[in-house]
Design a protein around this ligand. Structure first.
Ligand code: NDP
Length: 333
């Protein structure tokens, strides 16, 4: 049973000494528990926040503790009345081959014969649900409006953009580099995509949004947000989902007055959210809708697959540096 534990809290970007690979015995389930075998592990930006000490929206991982993470897992042995050996589930086993579960960490049972189980960590799982909730429940989209999202080809962005198009909005992406921008427009159907590394991001974004911005899905913060701020329309909405430009520390654009003033003058409605709050109320509705869209071939999915569990630490660094292209998943077994 291989597992990565947190060896040291990083200052800034995680390094080679942040995680330690250990081999431990495979645990035995007690009454009411089951043994889960990890097939796929999700790598997500929030993992960087969980490396810090103390509470953000959830406590940090303990030093020496197994690294947390969403997984697609198969029930190997069950002493839980709701599950049997062979069941396929979206769980939270973390960066390890095996884990015990009492069922409380399981989002949903999947069809064990499904063609792409790893989609349960992306389009059908937490990031897809995040895209759907931020766009639909917070963005309150109306056909013809302009929707803007950064990290546009990533796990959340690629789904949010396609959902916005399906609802008749103008979708504008912001992404790192020409390849990602081309992919957003040509493959995902965005109306435009601007490169946040260009010499004039504010000017490029303004050109791509001639009618201003009605809904902004905030994934990044920093310089990207500074380019967005002047473009908000009257009664626009902002779903504050993530601030990845700030997760390693730094990158803060100091003066918040422009946001407050814009919020007031433009009657901007902003709403931060943490997706875990919404599973009970909305996840099954989302899962049904998204499964239907996938079955009809109306949503494209791009994954960035890492072949071994040993590749997870470097995979997380790549994600934080923007070197991933699509939803990052690790093939564990
Ligand atoms: P992605 O798959 O999009 O990967 C992260 C991407 O962020 C990188 O590929 C890169 O894309 C971009 N990025 C990284 N650093 C910067 C930077 N300094 N400036 C601009 N872009 C940067 O990740 P996810 O789709 O999984 O997550 C997107 C956001 O959503 C994150 O902020 C995450 O924390 C948040 N989130 C929040 C949830 C919630 O409950 N509130 C739930 C799920 C996700 P590029 O090269 O295109 O710039």
């Amino acid at each position: 049973n291989r597992r990565f534990v947190l060896a040291e809290r990083p200052a800034g970007m995680p390094t080679a000494s942040t995680f330690r690979l250990e081999t431990v015995d495979i645990p035995k389930p007690a009454e009411g528990q089951m043994l889960l075998r990890t097939l796929w592990l999700s790598l997500d930006p929030y993992m960087r926040i969980r490396l810090n000490e103390g509470y953000s929206y959830r406590p940090g991982v303990d030093l020496g503790g197994a690294m947390v993470g969403g997984t697609i897992s198969r029930v190997e042995e069950s002493r839980h009345p709701g599950y049997k050996a062979g069941d396929l589930v979206i769980a939270a086993s973390g960066w390890q081959d095996y884990a015990l579960s009492d069922g409380s960490d399981i989002d949903i049972k999947l069809d064990p014969s499904m063609a792409h189980p790893s989609w349960g960590l992306g389009v059908l799982g937490m990031p897809g649900f995040t895209a759907w909730h931020g766009l639909v429940n917070i963005g309150e989209p109306k056909a013809g409006e302009t929707f803007v999202i950064a990290a546009a080809t990533g796990a959340v962005g690629q789904i949010a953009g396609q959902l916005a198009k399906a609802r008749g909005l103008r979708a504008v992406g912001i992404a790192g580099g020409a390849d990602k921008c081309r992919y957003a427009v040509q493959e995902l159907g965005f109306d435009a995509c601007v490169d946040h590394r260009s010499a004039d991001l504010p000017g490029d974004l303004k050109k791509a949004c001639p009618d201003g911005i009605d809904i902004y899905f905030e994934n990044v913060g920093g310089a990207v947000f500074d380019a967005v701020l002047p473009l908000f329309n009257l009664h626009s909405r902002m779903a504050i989902c993530g601030l990845i430009a700030h997760y390693n520390g730094g990158g803060e654009s100091g003066d918040r007055m422009p946001l407050l003033l814009t919020s007031l003058l433009k009657r901007l409605k902003t709403q931060g959210f943490i997706i875990y709050d919404h599973y009970a109320e909305h996840y099954e509705a989302f899962f049904r809708e998204m499964s239907g869209l996938l079955a009809q071939g109306r949503i494209k999915v791009r994954e960035d697959v890492i072949d071994t569990l040993e590749g997870a630490p470097q995979g997380l660094v790549s994600l934080l540096e923007g070197r991933n292209f699509g939803k990052v998943v690790v093939k564990v077994a």
